[in-house]
Design a protein around this ligand. Structure first.
Ligand SMILES: Cc1ncc(COP(=O)(O)O)c(C=O)c1O
Length: 460
């Protein structure tokens, strides 16, 4: 047999035996800790017992852990091998298409069965819940990626699952709904008549497109009202970001195989989990003295990190969650119905907010037509049709490469391609037909939405 001589390598692959055995906990290395989560009634930090009605104890312990590394149970590693290690690509064809002298690499998380990074934490959360005797999980989903990932994980592990899907995505993405069905979960559009807070919002705003903040309220209410049910969140919380760090640890090993190290690490940010997953192991390197620019990309329609206030706020619209210190646009802010549904969240992970405050991470905000243009350029050179969320990271990488060319330098750029866009083709059709609106959040709406946090404690 003769083999193709891969003179210019495209993919850097790890063997299953090279799967990282531990998650990385950035909290152990941060120069300043994230502010404690507060009980809204007492204003005091919440303890494990406050969270026990919603989460299994193992996840609560991970939430507050200061250990730098946490062992991944064998059962979870075994499930990870269904799609991990994921490939790292050198985007040579994109580099040629945009005519840059910089090197661009991307980690591709769309190879998981549901099509994104979300199962990295879904299988872990389902596993710990099952081990502690829960039989059912409730959750929210924006674009449908998280809902399908949790439905997939619950099916594999043997739990029931109920998904509250943001109304606009429920209408725009019928095939995500079908996937959730195929994996045996129950799904309703949010706001729904199934919960008290859903009914209250429907009474006041019957035509609302919904938001992640509303869907979280419904899922939390569902779990709080039943002993057999835990709440499961697909982003924002420390333990979710922790589980995603498998991405960046693999990427570190793969970059080494490629004989390269990134000058720039980029990811899109909704709640922050895929960004953190790739970036936190590189934040560790940065804290250790390496010079790395770490860039979070978000939509201009929901510019949490670039324009939001750093404040204590609720994680959901109906104020059922504890108070979290984070960059926020206000818990009743309903972002414009852009197609990157997974990025329509009023807040962001507290760990990321703190790292932005400490200038270890910076952020930029982009308009959706520019993101789709970047996505189409990427698809035309690398072949993969990206999720609208991931297109923000692609645009970040392309702009960064152009900047390097203008400055006359060559950079090594690494970004996270968090998912494929196979169920987002209606969004691409709208883009091709020129029907996508470019919405940048206006000042008046931002000021209105931020009134919702007046009177809440300020982070000190
Ligand atoms: C493909 C994809 N990327 C990114 C995100 C944003 O979430 P996070 O910021 O937690 O990665 C989502 C959320 O649904 C998603 O589906």
């Amino acid at each position: 047999m003769t083999y193709y001589p891969a003179v210019e390598q495209t993919k850097y692959l790890l063997d299953e035996s090279q799967l990282p055995r531990r998650w990385y906990n950035v909290a152990a290395d941060m120069p300043n800790p994230a502010r404690p989560v507060l009980h809204p009634g007492t204003g005091q930090p919440v303890g494990p017992d406050d969270l026990a009605p919603l989460f299994p104890m193992e996840l609560i312990m991970q939430e507050v852990s200061q250990d730098a590394e946490i062992a991944i149970p064998d059962e979870i590693l075994d499930l990870y091998t269904l799609w991990r290690p994921t490939p790292l690509y050198r985007a040579r064809r994109l580099e040629s298409a945009i005519g840059t002298r910089s090197r661009i690499f991307y980690k591709y998380e769309g190879v998981s069965p549901p099509g994104s990074h979300k199962p990295n934490t879904a299988v872990a959360q389902a596993f710990y819940n099952k081990r502690e005797g829960r039989t059912r999980l409730s959750t929210e989903t924006g674009a449908g990626q998280w809902g399908s990932a949790l439905a997939f994980a619950c099916k594999l592990i043997g739990l029931e699952c109920k998904v509250y899907m943001v109304r606009i995505s429920y209408d725009q993405k019928p095939f995500r709904r079908s996937m959730i069905h195929a994996w045996g979960a129950e799904i309703v559009a949010s706001p729904s008549p199934d919960t008290q807070c859903g009914r209250a919002i429907l009474d006041e705003h019957p035509d609302t497109p919904g938001s992640l903040g509303i869907a979280i309220s419904e899922a939390v209410e569902d779990a709080a009202g039943r002993d057999d049910t835990s709440y499961s969140l697909g982003s924002v919380l420390n333990h979710v970001l922790l589980h995603q760090t498998i991405i960046g640890q693999e990427a570190l090993a793969q970059m080494e195989h490629a004989g390269a190290f990134p000058d720039v690490v980029i990811g899109c940010v909704g709640g922050g989990s895929n960004f953190a997953g790739l970036a936190f192991p590189f934040v560790r390197e940065k804290i250790g003295g390496r010079d790395i620019d770490i860039l979070a990309c978000e939509p201009a329609a929901c510019p949490t990190l670039t324009r939001g206030l750093y404040a204590y706020d609720f994680g959901d619209t109906s104020k059922l969650t504890p108070l979290v210190a984070m960059h926020t646009l206000g818990h009743d802010f309903v972002p414009a119905p852009i197609h990157a549904g997974g990025l329509r969240y009023h807040g962001v992970a507290p760990l990321i907010s703190q790292l932005v405050n400490d200038e270890l991470i910076r952020a930029e905000a982009y308009l959706q037509n520019d993101c789709f243009e970047a996505a189409v350029q990427f698809a035309g050179s690398e072949g993969i049709i990206p999720a609208p969320e991931s297109s923000h990271a692609i645009l970040g990488a392309i702009r960064n490469a152009h900047q390097a060319d203008e400055e006359g330098v060559e950079r090594t750029i690494l970004f996270n391609l968090s998912g494929h866009g196979h169920f987002d083709m209606a969004a691409y059709d709208n883009f091709f037909a020129g029907r996508l609106e470019d919405v940048a959040l206006d000042e008046a709406e931002m000021a209105r939405a931020l009134q919702a946090i007046e009177g809440l404690p300020a982070p000190v």
